[in-house]
Design a binder for this molecule. Structure first.
Ligand code: BG6
Length: 479
C-alpha cells in the first residue's frame, strides 16, 4: 500500500551525538584534556566554571566526571553502529574530539592514533551504508587553549583551528561529505565557556571580549569553508545554530519589539555572518550602545564575505516567550534563555517548553531569511525512563514528542521549505551537556549507566527504537 509522505525520497534520517558525551576513552590514544573533561556531574556543573579562581583542574575528591567514561563508545562503536543500522539510519551525526587529533590544540603535527580511531568509525559506518555528518567543534575545546590562551579571545586559536581542519579534511576527504563547523555557535551568548572557551568574570566580559571571540570564530569558520571546498569539492559544509523562535508574550507593541530584538541577537546574529557573509545592520547599534570595539584585521571581512556556508544546521528543542518587563514568577524554569512561561505550552521534566508548532515556525523563518537548505541536526526529549517493565522500556512520551516534531517538519516541507534531513538528538542515551546526568535520557537505545557512574553499560532497545525504525522504513509515512 502506497502511503503519502511529504518527505523527499533522499531525506537524511538519522541520529546525533557529540564525542565528549559518548566516547569516554579518557586519555586513551594520546587524547588530551578538553573543557568537557573538567566539567563535573551535577546541577552545579556549569556554574562552578564561572566561580572566580576556578582553575580547571580535575578534583576527584570533590566531583565526579561523567564524560571521562561517558557511554564508552570509544570501545563499543561497532555494536552501537550496528544498532543504528538496524534502525535504518541514513546518516549519523558525531563530532571529532579536537583533542584526539591535537591533544593540546597547539601542536604542529596531528596525533596518528586519534586520526586512526575516526578512520575506524567512518569505515564501520560505511560498512552499514551510513553517511557520517561531522561536527568539527562541539563544546570540547582543548583545555590548554582555554587555560593558556583564553579560548577564542585569542587570535592564535584561529591558526590552531585552521591546522586542525586541514588535517581532518585531508585525512577524511574520501569518507566524510557532510560537515559542520561550530555546534550551536550562538550559544556562546548564553554559555560562553562551552562555545567560546572562557568564562565571564565580570560585566565587561559580556561585550568586547565575547564579540571578539565570535569574530575569531567567524574567521575560523570561513577558513574551514574555504579549505573544505578546496580539499573536498563534493562535500557540503554548514553552520550550526541553536534556534528557539522568540514569541512576544502578547500584542503589546513594546513586547513585539522586544521579542524581535532578542530574535535578532540570539537567533540571527551568527547565522547572518556565516550565511550572508556580513555583519548584520542591527548589530551596529548594539555594539555602539555597549562600547564594543572589535579588532578586525585586513582581509577578515572579505574572507567572511567570500566563504559562506552551504546549508544551515540547527538544533530545535523549544521556543521562547518574551515580555519587556518580567517578574520572577513568570520565568520559564530550565530555559537557559530567560524567557517567560508560555501559558499555552507544557514543559519537560527539566522545564524545557514543548512546542512542535515552533519547529514549523523555525523552518519557515530560516528558509524565508536565508533560502539555503536546512538540516534539523538536533531535536529530542530528555526524560527519565523506567526499566522495571518486562520487555522494552515503554517510552511513549518520547515517541509522542518526536512524532509531533516530525509532523511539524512535514508541514514545513509542504510550506515549501527545503529540508535535507533530521538527526534526533542522543539517539543512544548519553551524558547531558548541561547537567552531566545520565538520567536525562534522549535515546532510542538505553544504556545501563546511572548518575553515580554505576551500571553494566549494556545497550537495549526501547519501544521508540522500533517506532523510529518504522518511520525511516516508510520515509515518514508511518508516524
Ligand atoms: C544541545 C547540545 O544544546 O542540547 C547538546 O548541542 C546537548 O550537546 C543537547 O546534549 C541537550 O541538552 P542537555 O543539556 O539535555 O544535554
Amino acid at each position: 500500500t502506497k502511503q503519502y509522505t511529504p518527505f523527499p525520497k533522499d531525506f537524511l534520517w538519522g541520529g546525533a551525538t557529540a564525542a565528549n558525551q559518548i566516547e569516554g576513552g579518557f586519555g586513551e590514544g594520546n587524547k588530551g584534556l578538553n573543557i568537557a573533561d573538567v566539567l563535573p556531574g551535577g546541577t552545579e556543573r556549569l556554574s562552578v566554571l564561572s566561580e572566580p579562581g576556578f582553575d580547571f583542574e580535575i578534583d576527584r575528591e570533590k566531583y565526579t566526571y561523567p564524560n571521562h567514561d561517558a557511554i564508552d563508545f570509544y570501545h563499543r562503536y561497532k555494536e552501537d553502529i550496528a544498532l543504528f543500522a538496524e534502525m535504518g539510519f541514513k546518516v549519523f551525526r558525531l563530532s571529532i574530539a579536537w583533542t584526539r587529533i591535537f591533544p593540546n590544540g597547539d601542536e604542529e603535527e596531528p596525533n596518528e592514533e586519534g586520526l586512526a580511531f575516526y578512520d575506524r568509525v567512518f569505515d564501520e559506518l560505511h560498512k552499514h551504508n551510513i553517511e557520517p555528518v561531522v561536527t568539527i567543534s562541539h563544546y570540547e575545546m582543548p583545555l590548554n587553549l582555554v587555560k593558556n590562551y583564553g579560548g577564542w579571545r585569542s587570535r592564535d586559536v584561529v591558526t590552531f583551528f585552521e591546522r586542525y581542519v586541514n588535517a581532518i579534511f585531508e585525512r577524511y576527504k574520501d569518507k566524510v561529505k557532510y560537515w559542520m563547523t561550530f555546534n550551536e555557535i550562538n550559544s556562546g551568548l548564553m554559555m560562553p565557556i562551552m562555545g567560546l572557551g572562557f568564562s565571564i568574570q565580570n560585566e565587561e566580559d559580556k561585550y568586547t571580549p565575547t564579540f571578539q571571540a565570535f569574530h575569531h570564530q567567524f574567521v575560523a569558520s570561513s577558513l574551514a569553508v574555504k579549505a573544505c571546498h578546496e580539499i573536498i569539492p563534493d562535500a557540503q559544509i554548514g553552520c550550526m545554530i541553536i534556534y528557539a523562535p522568540v514569541y512576544p508574550y502578547d500584542s503589546n507593541p513594546e513586547n513585539v519589539l522586544h521579542a524581535l530584538k532578542e530574535e535578532q541577537l540570539f537567533n540571527y546574529f551568527c547565522a547572518d555572518v556565516q550565511v550572508r557573509g556580513e555583519y548584520p545592520a542591527f548589530i551596529n547599534r548594539y555594539f555602539k550602545e555597549n562600547n564594543i570595539e572589535l579588532d578586525i584585521k585586513d582581509g577578515d571581512l572579505a574572507l567572511i564575505k567570500e566563504h559562506t556556508v552551504d546549508y544551515i544546521g540547527f538544533s530545535y528543542y523549544m521556543s521562547r516567550t518574551e515580555r519587556k518587563e518580567k517578574t520572577n514568577e513568570e520565568k520559564a524554569e530550565g530555559n537557559i534563555m530567560s524567557g517567560v512561561k508560555n501559558p499555552y505550552l507544557k514543559a519537560s521534566e527539566w522545564g524545557w517548553e514543548i512546542d512542535p508548532t515552533g519547529l514549523q515556525v523555525a523552518l519557515n523563518q530560516l528558509y524565508d531569511r536565508y533560502r539555503l537548505p536546512l538540516f534539523v541536526v538536533e531535536n529530542g526529549l530528555g526524560a527519565k525512563d523506567n526499566v522495571d517493565v518486562d520487555g522494552p522500556i515503554q517510552d511513549d512520551y518520547r515517541i509522542n514528542y518526536l512524532r509531533e516534531h516530525i509532523e511539524a517538519m512535514g508541514e514545513a516541507i509542504k510550506d515549501g521549505v527545503d529540508l535535507m534531513g533530521y538527526t534526533a538528538w542522543g539517539c543512544i542515551d548519553l551524558v547531558s551537556a548541561s547537567t552531566g546526568q545520565m538520567s536525562k535520557r534522549y535515546g532510542f537505545i538505553y544504556v545501563d549507566k546511572q548518575d553515580d557512574g554505576s551500571g553494566s553499560f549494556e545497550r537495549s532497545r526501547k519501544k521508540s527504537f522500533y517506532w523510529y525504525q518504522d518511520v525511516i522504513a516508510t520515509n515518514g509515512a508511518n508516524i
